[in-house]
Write a protein that binds this ligand. Structure first.
Ligand code: G6P
Length: 591
């Protein structure tokens, strides 16, 4: 995936606006960046390997720009492979988000006529457009016809040297922004990138194309195949907060971890009636599924846990990239609950496109306004957690599982008790985050872990998904191998890996004396492992002890905090880029 951006305005600010837009889109990929501006002498492109946040491009004055931040799929990370890509005549340039799945096949024909100068699949689109241009048709038609030949989830923006701009979506996200007062136009992968500049937005759907003609200043919008005109459906920009800054924290990740109590308090604004239709549907449903990708997949599994535990629903939790086998089992009497920060994750959307045909009802919990997932859902919920910028998701995960808990308590007819428990949880999280000694201890333990080759995590019941999330965070933050194991299952295989000083992070409930997590702790201790316990009560078997307060039903929501902090301090200790771990991106809009 990548981030794409375009701007049409005035006052010669196009370069700066594209630069700032790209900085906000950087979470989508940060291998390289590129900005093209239109000048009197034609299109000027600056592009480079590396992060936009570390660049200070000097661009000529311009009112029109197009920009890209890349997460490489085809073609190594290099200045050359960075977007925008010029056409052979430099009469247009193009940015692309997606994968052209049939690029090898298309290229086979095109190489007979054209010389390729990059290794990207994107260059195939450029050459296809050039091929169509030969047929002496308007640029909009050349682009439309070329785009139709692409397979896969792709979105492009093309800027021509006469100032006309074309954007086509089929898969990867595309939002158009407009400022009613200044008449500035924005095209972007997300609305957050222009949230403070536009007054309204329009979410482009798959199979749609927008054409802006500079001379007339008109924006046309139509169906890609039938060419039927579509009216723009402007929506008000609806952001809890569009502010994107560290606010003095140094890193987005730690700022966002510190917002955990706030995101739970945001959820406390929920009224029982907001859940009315959904709880009814959950009670009526034959099967309830929860599904997500990456961290959101773990959140989905934890929501599943709460629905089994408190709502007594036999919930099945799936990972989006590997759920197809359930498709033949799904019916219109079923319900699928989908947490997703962005609402644009390709694995999830592709699965849901297929699942929707079974008539299954889709419930979404999304943090980013204007997403595809929200639009295709029968029941829509927003996290209201504010922008999450760090690639390692923290506050949104906390918000997602807290929402799942409250939902399950509502089905159990204990909405107000659920809220009360969450209010207490938010207060406790706040106290933990203010406890300097506690934080110093976690930092010291992270320093210790940073020297290890492998980290194990043990959990059970409500903490099993939580240690899985801890595993994901530690892998992302440290690049050290980590593995989460159900505590009781350890003796069946992973115990063979336990030797002197093998680090094992154990998340243990308050009543651990009755818990077989303690049996596992004793078994690994006997083999010399270094036991790091996250639990309310101390025990002689622990080498390191991270104290947690006692709560009844929301321990999992508390327990994830020290794990997120361990990952943060690990990244710091190892000198990694905390907010942008290598090779991954926050929003994965390709398969
Ligand atoms: C990527 C991110 C994860 C995220 C997942 C799903 O893998 O690195 O943090 O959980 O995508 O994204 P979504 O936007 O659907 O939550």
């Amino acid at each position: 995936m990548c981030g794409i951006f375009a701007y049409i305005g005035k006052n010669n600010r196009a370069g700066d606006i594209a630069f700032n837009g790209l900085r906000r889109l950087e979470y989508r990929g940060y291998d390289s960046w590129g900005i093209a501006v239109l000048t009197k002498k034609g299109l000027v492109i600056k592009k480079k390997r590396g992060k936009i946040s570390e660049a200070a491009p000097v661009l000529p004055a311009s009112n029109t720009s197009v920009a890209h931040t890349r997460w490489a799929t085809h073609g190594k990370v290099s200045d050359k492979n960075a977007h925008p890509l010029f056409s052979s005549q430099k009469d247009f340039c193009l940015v692309h988000n997606g994968i052209v799945e049939n690029f090898a096949e298309l290229k086979k024909n095109l190489v007979k006529t054209y010389k390729f100068s990059t290794q990207t699949d994107t260059e195939v689109i450029v050459k296809l457009i050039e091929e169509e241009q030969k047929k002496k048709q308007p640029s909009s038609e050349a682009i439309r016809k070329a785009f139709i030949k692409l397979q896969g989830r792709n979105t492009i923006i093309v800027l021509c040297n006469n100032g006309d701009l074309f954007a086509v979506r089929n898969g990867s996200p595309l939002v158009i922004g407009f400022n009613l007062k200044t008449k500035e136009l924005f095209f972007s992968s997300d609305a957050l990138s222009f949230a403070q500049l536009a007054t309204q937005m329009h979410v482009v759907r798959n199979g749609q194309m927008a054409s802006y003609f500079q001379q007339s200043g008109t924006l046309e919008f139509y169906d890609l195949v039938t060419k039927a005109k579509i009216p723009l459906a402007w929506e008000k920009m609806d952001f809890v907060s569009a502010e994107v800054s560290h606010q003095g924290f140094g890193h987005y990740m730690i700022k966002e971890i510190n917002e955990s109590p706030w995101v739970i308090r945001q959820l406390l604004k929920t009224k029982r009636s907001d859940f009315y239709k959904l709880t009814r549907q959950i009670r009526l449903a034959k099967n309830v599924y929860t599904i997500g990708a990456g961290t959101a997949g773990v959140a989905a599994a934890q929501i599943g846990f709460y629905l089994r535990k408190y709502a007594h629903r036999n919930t099945i939790s799936l990972v989006a990239a590997d759920a197809d086998e359930y498709l033949p089992l799904m019916t219109k009497r079923d319900l699928v609950i989908c947490p997703s920060q962005s609402g644009e994750t390709a694995d999830l959307l592709e699965f849901l496109e297929k699942a929707k045909k079974t008539g299954i009802k889709i419930v979404s919990l999304v943090n980013m306004p204007g997403s595809t997932l929200t639009r295709i859902s029968n029941f829509r919920f927003m996290n209201q957690a504010g922008p999450e910028i760090a690639v390692m998701s923290t506050k949104v995960f906390t918000s997602q599982i807290a929402w799942g808990y409250l939902l399950a308590k509502t089905v159990q007819k204990q909405f107000f008790q659920g809220k009360k428990n969450l209010r207490k949880t938010a207060d406790l999280l706040e106290k933990m985050l203010q406890d300097k000694r506690w934080l110093r201890k976690i930092k010291r333990i992270a320093d210790l872990l940073s020297l290890k080759k492998s980290i194990f995590l043990l959990g059970k019941s409500e903490n099993l998904q939580i240690v899985k999330e801890g595993m994901i965070k530690m892998i992302e933050g440290s690049y050290i191998h980590a593995q989460a194991i159900p505590a009781g299952d350890l003796k069946h295989y992973a115990i063979t890996l336990m030797e002197k000083n093998t680090p094992v992070v154990c998340v243990i409930p308050a009543n651990y004396l009755q818990s077989d997590v303690l049996n596992s702790v004793n078994e690994i201790k006997t083999r010399g492992a270094l036991v790091i316990a996250i639990t309310p009560v101390k025990h002689e078997a622990f080498d390191e002890y991270i104290k947690l307060p006692v709560v009844e039903e929301t321990t999992a929501i508390l327990n994830v905090l020290p794990l997120q902090l361990l990952a943060y301090y690990l990244a710091l200790s190892l000198g990694h880029n905390v907010d942008k771990p290598r090779n991954i991106a926050k929003s994965v809009t390709v398969k």
